[in-house]
Design a protein around this ligand. Structure first.
Ligand code: ADP
Ligand code: MG
Length: 389
């Protein structure tokens, strides 16, 4: 690896593998600081490609595309964990890449991810690997009812099935085409939360405050961040665990760690994402340094400063569902009415073609108090047809 220690100052070009909304918001943050940006994504209309100075549309493993990206950029990051680790290795031979291929490869694989959590002393759900019929047969009853998840490529609740009995488990593994899976015990969740941490090449670690997350249909729906959103001891434990997980990886960049809060109040780590995360989007309007600013700083080797949340915040995810009436006719959500509410910040990702479940944007709501932010968020949700929370 070259220039690992060098600071990359504004004026240089920063690259990102992947052209989705996370890449788009990275590009915006980088450009605001005076960097040029380059995106590699096979889709000519990718949200990040649309706003980047350079857009290379080739496959992630295309050697010409990777060569051009390395030539253009002083350093390269990734915006989704399913970028082939091999592509990151190729780039890393020529330019600083953060996060590194090793960390991304661990985050791509639920089994390796859980082994890493355990190594770091952070408890995760009781689980078993299922890669063979023998392993399927050896599953102990205490893991049922459970959730069978593909080890790789799952997201937004895709690639997972809930099973109550051994018969259902066998049928579910058939349905998942016998790919490598992890069976997790179904845990009684009181809540879900996540923590964004950023770690620099020099080992400095900073974090955003813990986020309280509500999922609907396997997709993040609402994030609330304010003092008291979690019991203070749990919040402190989540932050310490997320930091330990990043340190254990010698991670460089932004990492999101998701947790379950169980009915008995204990905390269990669920999964991690080697990139900014949907649950960290509130930081764009509620913190003095956002998760995307942290991504730029970590990649460029600039100092990381501990972000300060200046406003209580609620984030509403804007899924494609909002673009349809109950009668399934297309509609445009009433943005003008939503933006008439104080403290609303609209972020749309420039995606053409709303589909149900597709992430089209998010709405951040900030307020002087948690109660005020929440009240406004509920008004916005009612205007948009999002179920109250
Ligand atoms: P994804 O990669 O799709 O986000 P997750 O493993 O985070 O997959 O699972 C999605 C959601 O399903 C979680 O946020 C949680 O609400 C629920 N879930 C997942 N695993 C369990 C479990 N072991 N016990 C209870 N609920 C679970
Ligand atoms: Mg998840």
């Amino acid at each position: 690896m070259k220039n690992e220690k060098a600071v990359i100052l504004p004026g240089a070009t920063l690259g990102v593998m992947g052209g989705g909304q996370l890449g788009r918001m990275f590009a915006h943050a980088a450009q605001r600081m005076g960097y040029f940006t380059a995106v590699l994504d096979p889709d000519a209309d990718s949200p990040a490609g649309l706003v980047s100075h350079h857009h290379i549309h080739t496959d992630y493993l295309d050697s010409d595309g990777l060569g051009r990206l390395a030539q253009l950029c002083a350093a390269i990051t990734t915006e989704f964990e399913n970028v082939p680790a091999r592509a990151l290795e190729t780039l890393a031979a020529q330019r600083p890449v953060a996060p590194g291929a090793d960390a991304v490869a661990i985050a791509q694989d639920r089994a390796r991810e859980k082994a890493h959590f355990t190594r770091c002393g952070v408890p995760c759900a009781p689980h078993a690997l299922i890669e063979t019929r023998e392993q399927l047969a050896a599953v102990t009853d205490d893991l049922l009812p459970g959730v069978l998840k593909t080890s790789r490529l799952g997201y937004d609740g895709k690639g997972q099935l809930r099973v109550k009995t051994r018969e259902e488990l066998t049928a579910a593994w058939d349905e998942l085409k016998h790919v490598a899976c992890v069976l997790e015990k179904l845990l009684p969740l009181a809540a879900e939360c996540s923590v964004i941490v950023a770690r620099g090449r020099d080992g400095q670690v900073v974090n955003l405050p813990p986020q309280l997350n509500l999922h609907r249909g396997g997709i993040l729906a609402v994030t609330e961040v304010h003092e008291g959103n979690l019991p203070p001891a749990r919040a402190a434990e989540a932050v310490a665990s997320a930091r330990a997980i990043a340190e254990g990886l010698q991670y460089v960049g932004v990492l999101c760690v998701e947790f379950f809060v169980l009915a008995d109040g204990s905390l269990v780590v669920n999964e991690m994402a080697p990139r900014p995360h949907n649950s960290g989007h509130y930081s764009m309007d509620a913190c003095d340094v956002s998760q995307f600013d942290l991504q730029v700083r970590a990649l460029a080797g600039l100092p990381l400063t501990q972000p300060r949340q200046h406003s209580p915040a609620v984030m509403l995810n804007l899924l494609g569902d909002l673009w349809f009436t109950h009668g399934n006719d297309e509609q445009t959500p009433p943005w003008d009415e939503v933006l008439a509410l104080p403290g609303t910040h609209l972020h749309l990702y420039g995606k053409q073609g709303a589909r149900k479940g597709r992430k089209m944007g998010h709405l951040n709501i900030t307020g002087p108090t948690a109660a005020a932010a929440r009240a406004t968020a509920l008004q916005a949700a009612a205007l948009l047809g999002i179920e109250a929370f």
